[in-house]
Design a binder for this molecule. Structure first.
Ligand code: PLP
Length: 397
């Protein structure tokens, strides 16, 4: 049957994600591969009571269709709670609910990208953004990063030379995959460059609140005077990803397009989940929850950094991320992290993600992404010890 099916041309660009590998779910695997939050930190007992309340008192409306923008009350809570904490003064009219920020990335492709359109990404960037946008067949333009995030001089150079860039996609906070955070100064510059060159910025911020050394950074959107920045926020890392609840903050004329795109794909987010989130936010404090998560993940971050210092060869470069879920290893240039990751999984039962698919052109092979949010400190220590043995072997020391 396979050779008789008439596939759409764009379906040839659908690729399985290197992250969603079944191997990583095997019970004896120590996994640094997942980008998941700690499951035991989900507020499931709180949600038992909240669900009971919602079903008993709002059962009929909570199980009914609702508006594509999302329930007004939830958007108001997000505006007053998260967006304010990110330095963005906004209101429910500038917000729309999404089924995960992943949907926001995919929809930005639908709305802004034609085949061959130029899209700027950090190099490396979030693998899931390539998965979402590749279907629209963009032409990637890549901007290098240093320890302060996307390099603004390189970005301006590209914008000067290309007058038809459709969008800039960025993960400014504790980036997936590198853990790097964009400096405040560069956030301002990015917002200014977007206005100067008339280019949309899609600012993807799932880790923005998970800052372990000081206060969260202001969103790029907080410096956006003309409305070129579209910000994506998500409940996935600060609440529970199973809700698939996220939001977009943008100018109403942009939101209108997202609204119509959502009508075509899935009409709306889950009314029931929205109601649970509203009721939970009325009873409990998201800020308190974020603080507890930061305490948990800070300790894991400290453990992985200590273990990498202890067990890895000195030549391996890695960062101490200020927040988020990931640290990023740079191996010697002639080393292939894909082979090392494969060997680690097969021989040592340790899973990690080689950096190659995070580069738009899959052309750099000597990085490894390590997640530290999903496993406890004991497992982190054992996993890094095992990886360290393999890396010492490779480095001949
Ligand atoms: C940078 C980035 N954007 C988006 C997502 C998807 O998040 P959501 O669960 O809100 O769709 C992830 C998930 O890992 C991510 O790391």
């Amino acid at each position: 049957m396979g050779n008789q099916i008439k596939w759409a041309e764009r379906s040839s660009r659908l690729e399985a994600s290197a992250i969603r590998n079944k191997l990583f779910d095997e019970p004896d695997i120590l996994t640094f591969a997942a980008g998941k939050p700690e499951s035991s930190a989900f507020p499931y007992m709180e949600l038992v009571d909240v669900a009971k309340e919602v079903l008993e008192h709002k059962g009929q409306s909570a199980l009914q269709y609702s508006s594509t923008d999302g329930i007004y009350e939830l958007r108001k809570l997000i505006a007053e709670d998260r967006m304010k904490a990110w330095g963005v003064n906004t209101d429910p009219e500038h917000l729309m609910m999404l089924s995960g920020s992943q949907e926001g990335i995919e929809m930005s492709g639908k709305i802004f990208v034609d085949p061959g359109s130029k899209v700027i990404v950090e190099n490396p960037s979030y693998l899931g953004a390539y998965t979402a946008l590749r279907i629209y067949n963009p032409h990637w333009l890549t901007v290098g990063m240093d320890e302060h995030g996307m390099k603004m001089d390189e970005l301006e150079d590209i914008l000067q030379k290309n007058d038809d860039v459709r969008m800039i996609y960025t993960v400014p906070d504790f980036q997936n995959p590198t853990g790097v955070v964009m400096s405040v100064e560069r956030r301002k510059q990015l917002a200014q460059l977007a206005a100067k060159y008339g280019v949309i910025v899609v600012e993807d911020r799932p880790y923005g609140d998970l800052c372990y050394d000081g206060d969260p950074y202001p969103a790029v959107k907080s410096f956006d005077e003309e409305g070129w920045v579209v910000t994506l926020g998500s409940f996935s890392k600060i609440f529970c990803p199973g809700f698939r609840l996220a939001w977009i903050c943008a100018e109403p004329e942009i939101l209108q397009k997202f609204n119509m795109a959502k009508q075509g794909s899935n009409l709306q987010v889950s009314t029931f989940d929205e109601n649970l989130a509203i009721e939970w936010m009325k009873r409990y404090s998201l800020a308190d929850r974020i603080k507890k998560l930061c305490d948990l993940y800070r300790s894991r971050r400290d453990t992985i950094v200590r273990c990498m210092e202890q067990y890895f060869p000195e030549e391996i470069a890695f960062n101490r991320p200020e927040g988020g879920f990931f640290t990023w290893l740079t191996l010697r240039e002639d080393m292939d992290a894909r082979e090392i990751a494969n060997e680690a999984a097969m021989k040592l039962r340790v899973a990690c993600i080689p950096g190659t698919p995070f580069y738009a052109y899959n052309d750099i092979h000597n990085n490894i992404r390590l997640n530290f949010s999903f496993i406890n400190e004991e497992t982190i220590e054992e996993g890094i010890r095992r990886l360290g043995t393999l890396l010492h072997e490779k480095y001949g020391c």
